[in-house]
Write a protein that binds this ligand. Structure first.
Ligand code: CTP
Length: 329
C-alpha cells in the first residue's frame, strides 16, 4: 500500500461506501483504504434503491468532500432478478478513465499560459490595520496547481495567501487591489487564459492614516471609502483574440444565477464560476466548494467536492470551452 499511486475499489457495495465514509477499518480492504496515502477511486455497484437511499447519498457526499473520486454507477439491468435502474458497476473504460485522470490529467492546456489571481486584497486603514475579506486563496492556488498539472505555464498573482506553494507556478505577491491591478496588467498580455479568482476589494479607505491610530480621546472613528478599479473589467477591455476570460462570483441564494449571468455580460467574459455562498460549508475559507459554470450557452454544475477536485473540473471546462467541444449545456 505504501507504494501505490492510486487505490481503486471496484465494485464498491453500499456497505463498503458506508464504512469508508465512517472511517471504519474492520477488514483488509477498509484497513488498506484508511491507511492509504494515495488517491482513492471508488466504482459503486448496488441495487438502485440502495444507491438512491439518503444514507448512501450522504456517504457519497462525504467521500467526495474528502477528495475521493466516486464514479456514478451505470444504468440498466441490475444483478437482482428483473430489476433495472442506476447501480450497475460503471463500464471498464469509464473506470479506467477515472484512474487515468487521477494519475495524470490530460495535458489539455499544454503550451498555454494561464494567469490566476488568488486570495483577498487588504486596503490599509493605518500602519497596522486594514479592510479585508475572508478569502484564503485556497481555490486560486488549487486552480494554479491544476493548470500546471494540465501542462500550462502558470502565473499566480497572490493577494495575501499564506498557503503551501507549487514549485511549477510563478507567484507574484501583492497586498492591495491597486497592486493586484498592476501585477495583472503586467502579466495579462502574455496569457491565454485568465482565471480571476481573487476577492478584490470594491472600496478602499480614501487615505491610510499615518502610524497606528490611538483610541484614546476618540468617541468614534469614521472611515471614508472610495471605489477601486474593476480589474477584471479593465483586463476584459484590453483583451485580444484567443484569450479566454473567466470571472468568479460569490452570490447569496435566490437570484444568484441571474447576477452571475449579468456579470458575464457586463464584464465581457467567457465564463463565470458561480459560488452560491448561502450553501452551508462551501466557498470562503472552506476546503470544499460547489460551482456552477455559467457561459453564454448555458450552465453546468460542478458538484460539491474538495477545492482541488473542483479546480480540476473547472480547468477541464475551460479547456472544452477553448476547443468548442462539449460546450457546457
Ligand atoms: N473583480 C475585480 N476587481 C474588482 C472587483 C472584482 O477584478 N475591483 C473580479 C473578481 O476577481 C471576480 C469578479 O470580478 O472575478 C467578481 O465580480 P464583482 O462584480 O466584483 O463581484 P462582487 O464583488 O461580488 O460584486 P457585487 O457586490 O457587485 O456583486
Amino acid at each position: 500500500m505504501r507504494n501505490a499511486d492510486v487505490l481503486l475499489i471496484a465494485p464498491a457495495s453500499a456497505n463498503t461506501l458506508a464504512k469508508l465514509a465512517g472511517g471504519l477499518a474492520d477488514n483488509l480492504l477498509t484497513s488498506a483504504a484508511l491507511a492509504a496515502r494515495c488517491p482513492l477511486v471508488v466504482a459503486p455497484a448496488m441495487n438502485d434503491a440502495m444507491w438512491e437511499h439518503p444514507a448512501t447519498r450522504a456517504n457519497v457526499a462525504t467521500l467526495r468532500e474528502r477528495g475521493t473520486t466516486v464514479l456514478e454507477p451505470g444504468t440498466g439491468r441490475l444483478a437482482s432478478k428483473g430489476e433495472a435502474g442506476a447501480g450497475r458497476l460503471p463500464e471498464p473504460p469509464a473506470v479506467l478513465a477515472a484512474v487515468e485522470e487521477v494519475l495524470a490529467p490530460g495535458p489539455h492546456l499544454l503550451g498555454l499560459h494561464v494567469l490566476v489571481s488568488a486570495g483577498g486584497t487588504r486596503e490599509p486603514i493605518d500602519a497596522v490595520r486594514y479592510v479585508g475579506n475572508r478569502s484564503s486563496g485556497r481555490m486560486g492556488l488549487a486552480l494554479a496547481r491544476a493548470a500546471a498539472d494540465r501542462g500550462a505555464s502558470v502565473t499566480c498573482v497572490a493577494a495575501n495567501v499564506g498557503l503551501e506553494r507549487d514549485s511549477r507556478v510563478r507567484y507574484v505577491d501583492v497586498s492591495t487591489a491597486a497592486e493586484l491591478h498592476d501585477a495583472c496588467l503586467e502579466a495579462f498580455p502574455r496569457c491565454d487564459v485568465l482565471l480571476m479568482a481573487a476577492a478584490v476589494a470594491d472600496f478602499r479607505p480614501v487615505e491610510a492614516l499615518e502610524g497606528k491610530v490611538k483610541k484614546a480621546g476618540r468617541d468614534e472613528l469614521a472611515l471614508r471609502l472610495e471605489p477601486t478599479a474593476d480589474v477584471l473589467a479593465d483586463l476584459s477591455a484590453r483583451r485580444r483574440a484567443g484569450q479566454t476570460l473567466v470571472g468568479f462570483a460569490a452570490e447569496h441564494g435566490e437570484g444568484a444565477l441571474a447576477f452571475a449571468r449579468e456579470k458575464l455580460e457586463r464584464k465581457g467574459l467567457d465564463a463565470v464560476m458561480l459560488n452560491d455562498v448561502s450553501q452551508a460549508g462551501i466557498g470562503f475559507d472552506a476546503p470544499v466548494n460547489a460551482v456552477t459554470v455559467v457561459t453564454a450557452d448555458g450552465e453546468h454544475e460542478v458538484p460539491r467536492a474538495a477545492k482541488e477536485a473542483v479546480a480540476g473540473a473547472l480547468l477541464d471546462a475551460v479547456a472544452r470551452l477553448r476547443t468548442g467541444q462539449e460546450r457546457p449545456a
